[in-house]
Each structure stands twice: as structure tokens, then as C-alpha cells.
Design a protein around this ligand. Structure first.
Ligand SMILES: Cc1ncc(COP(=O)(O)O)c(C=O)c1O
Length: 390
């Protein structure tokens, strides 16, 4: 284990000192040096607001601080700078895709039953507006990459105009075989938008190699960006039809510059993205991922002693893994919230849990600031609450 990770690294975060934080996936945690850079940018913004906005944000100039930040992300994920727009969050990226396509009655929008809830709701809403139909691919809890690929392929047809595919699912934390899925869907002429909310930073990511039509990921989760930072890629094929959710001054400039200024907002998070990338790179991406994998393996061993069963083989887990916590009865909606509340209120352990398909799912996130003692704390807290045999 890297001596600089774990407890030693906690000093670089504002995370409450008595907590074990095993839920980085939900909202991320921004390192102090990145927050300091954001504060420096905020001060600059407030010192001369006109200069800041008209020169550094508004896309009238070829070179703006927003474009430089977008170029830094683009380089990080292996695509040209002018194929990336910056957004506040992945939700907005998916919404842009849904609004950019002219759906008609008879068209289908494909998602899976593991889709993030807000994405499912946005798809349902867009279907109501246009007469399109959701096509929900059912993927069971106990699955594997070949099974996921087969189920998506079997549900696909030329009626599907857009498929929204997760790179890493949310409650179930599954790393999907994305490259193969994109190839299968493209072979049928289906446009593919990837919801990679959890991907950038957590896994090595080369968007050009994956070849999606659109790809969005949060920078504020696994790449240590300040809250409200995400990127949105559009391929040359779809860039001409890709519109921001809000229409503003620069709509006629087309993708990506039409996204750079859609009304006044706090751009300090976006402009701090290069500092977030620098922080991440300085940890060492390979070491970071090796460290997280080791934590996930250790967590899996500890939770196995309580009868917790991982829902998929380890090859589908990156820095997060979901486990079925055995119960004598089917899980109810409230079980997950009660478990989360109990773990934080009584034990100061933050972890994600969901009641899904009749079982109680516990999602554990590794991170550079987590160490084995956090995982051991989780195991003993669950044991005190009656696992195994609850
Ligand atoms: C798979 C997935 N998509 C989208 C989102 C939405 O992210 P945001 O709230 O930053 O838009 C999340 C958040 O956890 C997610 O897990």
C-alpha cells in the first residue's frame, strides 16, 4: 500500500475527522489545494467582474479560460479540445442529448434497469413529450460482462434511435463492457450516449477509442473537481445537432462554444479543473487505481465474513462494488435509508445503500483517503447490527 494514501491523505480533504467516508461515488470530495485554487479564481472574478466574464468566459474570443479548462479535460480523455463542453453536472449532459434529438412516435430510447434514477425520469419525460417509447433492458443483479452485452444486443433494434449506456452504473457499481456495447449498437445504426458520471478518474478513460456519439462524466466525482464540474463530449458526427439545454447569446456558434456562456454563473469550479487534474496526476493514476483495487478486494473479503455477496465478478468492479446484504425477508424501500442513517448517526460511517429488486444493496467506494481501518469499521458495525444471520 502507498504510504502517502489512506490516513496520510485525509489531511488534504475537509472531510469530518471522526468519519469513515466510503461513499465518494455520490458527491465526490474536493481536495483542499483544488478548493484553494477555486477560491483564488473566485477572488479574481469578484475583483474585476467585467474583465473576468467578458475576457475569460464569454466565447467571443478564440482563447478563453473556459476553453483552456475544456482543453485540459479533453487532453486527459484523449479527444480534441473543441469536442468538449463544460457543464455543471452529468445530468445536464444527458438532458442536452435528449433535447438535441428529434424523436418521433415509434422511436425508442434505450436504457437499462440499472440506470441512474434522474436519467430514467428524463427519458420518460422526453418520451411523453415526443411519443417515443422507453426500451428498458433488464439486467439481473447477478451478472457478468458477456451477459450484459448479450442482453443489450438482444433488446436493440432499428426502432432504437438513442441508447443511453452507463459506463459504471450507480446503485450497482457495475463496470459495463462499454466498447463492445457501443460497437454492437453502432452496427444497428443506433446513436449512443454514454453516462460516464463515475468514470473519469476512477478508470483509465480514452473517449476517442470508445467511439461513442456523446459522452458525459462528472469531474466532481473521481477527478477531484469542485462541485458543479462535468464534461460533455460530442463526436464530429453529432456535434452539429448538439444544443445546450438553455438557449443563450452564443447559440449560433454551435458546439461546444454555444455551451460556454449560457447566462452568468460561478465559473470558478470549471476554471479550477486544471488544478484538479494536477492533483490527480500527482497522486499517480496507476498507483491510485491499484490502491483502490486492493481496498475493494479487502472490503470484499471482510464483507464476505458477514455473508455479503458481490453482485458481479471482480472484473466488473473498479473503485466501487455493490454487495447483497442478506436478510431473512425481502428488502423494503426504507431498509436502505435506515441502514445509511444508522451507519452515519451511530457509527459515523458514510456508505451508500439501496433497496433494489427485493434485496438490500450496500455500495462501498474505495478512495485514496480510505484505508483498511475504515473497511474494518464497516464490517464490525454491521456485525454489531446482526450480520450474518439478520
Ligand atoms: C450513473 C449516474 N449518472 C448521473 C448521475 C448524476 O450526476 P449529477 O448529479 O452530478 O448530475 C449520477 C450521480 O451519482 C450517476 O451515478
Amino acid at each position: 500500500m502507498n504510504a502517502g494514501f489512506g490516513r496520510a491523505l485525509r489531511a488534504q480533504f475537509l472531510l469530518q475527522g471522526d468519519g469513515a467516508f466510503l461513499n465518494h461515488g455520490s458527491f465526490g470530495a474536493c481536495p483542499i489545494p483544488v478548493l484553494q485554487e477555486q477560491e483564488r479564481i473566485r477572488t479574481w472574478m469578484e475583483t474585476q467582474p467585467d474583465e473576468f466574464f467578458t475576457k475569460e468566459v464569454v466565447p467571443r474570443h478564440e482563447v478563453t479560460a473556459v476553453r483552456s479548462a475544456a482543453a485540459a479535460v479533453a487532453q486527459f480523455v484523449g479527444v480534441p479540445g473543441d469536442s468538449i463542453a463544460l457543464l455543471e453536472n452529468a445530468t445536464t449532459g444527458t438532458q442536452s442529448v435528449l433535447q438535441s434529438i428529434d424523436f418521433r412516435p415509434g422511436d425508442e430510447i434505450m436504457i437499462t434497469n440499472h440506470q441512474y434514477n434522474a436519467v430514467r425520469l428524463a427519458v420518460e419525460q422526453r418520451c411523453k413529450e415526443t411519443g417515443a417509447t422507453p426500451n428498458v433492458v433488464e439486467i439481473p443483479l447477478r451478472t457478468n460482462p458477456a451477459d450484459v452485452r448479450k442482453r443489450v444486443r438482444n433488446a436493440a433494434s432499428r426502432r432504437v434511435k438513442l441508447a443511453i449506456v452507463d459506463h459504471i452504473t450507480s446503485p450497482t457499481a457495475l463496470l459495463f463492457p462499454l466498447g463492445e456495447i457501443i460497437d454492437d449498437l453502432h452496427a444497428l445504426g443506433i446513436l449512443v450516449h454514454v453516462d460516464g458520471a463515475h468514470a473519469v478518474g476512477q478508470i483509465p478513460l480514452n473517449v476517442a477509442e470508445l467511439n461513442p456519439d456523446w459522452y458525459t462524466s462528472n469531474v466532481h466525482k473521481w477527478l477531484y473537481g469542485p462541485k458543479g464540474t462535468a464534461f460533455f463530449y460530442a463526436s464530429p458526427r453529432v456535434a452539429p445537432i448538439t444544443k445546450p439545454v438553455l438557449t443563450s447569446h452564443f447559440i449560433a456558434m454551435g458546439f461546444p462554444r454555444s455551451f460556454d456562456y449560457v447566462g452568468t454563473r460561478d465559473n470558478s469550479g470549471w476554471l479550477a479543473i486544471p488544478a484538479a487534474i494536477a492533483f490527480f496526476n500527482q497522486l499517480g493514476p496507476d498507483e491510485f487505481r491499484r490502491y483502490n483495487s486492493a481496498l475493494i478486494e479487502r472490503g470484499s473479503e471482510l464483507l464476505a465474513t458477514l455473508g455479503a455477496e458481490p453482485i458481479a465478478p471482480i472484473e466488473m468492479a473498479a473503485a466501487m462494488r455493490a454487495f447483497i446484504l442478506p436478510q431473512r425477508r425481502a428488502a423494503e424501500e426504507s431498509d436502505a435509508q435506515n441502514l445509511k442513517d444508522m451507519l452515519w448517526d451511530d457509527e459515523r460511517i458514510q456508505v451508500n445503500a439501496n433497496s433494489m429488486m427485493g434485496v438490500l444493496l450496500l455500495r462501498v467506494c474505495a478512495q485514496a483517503y480510505v484505508d483498511d481501518s475504515d473497511l474494518e469499521r464497516l464490517r464490525s458495525a454491521l456485525e454489531r447490527r446482526g450480520w450474518p444471520g439478520r
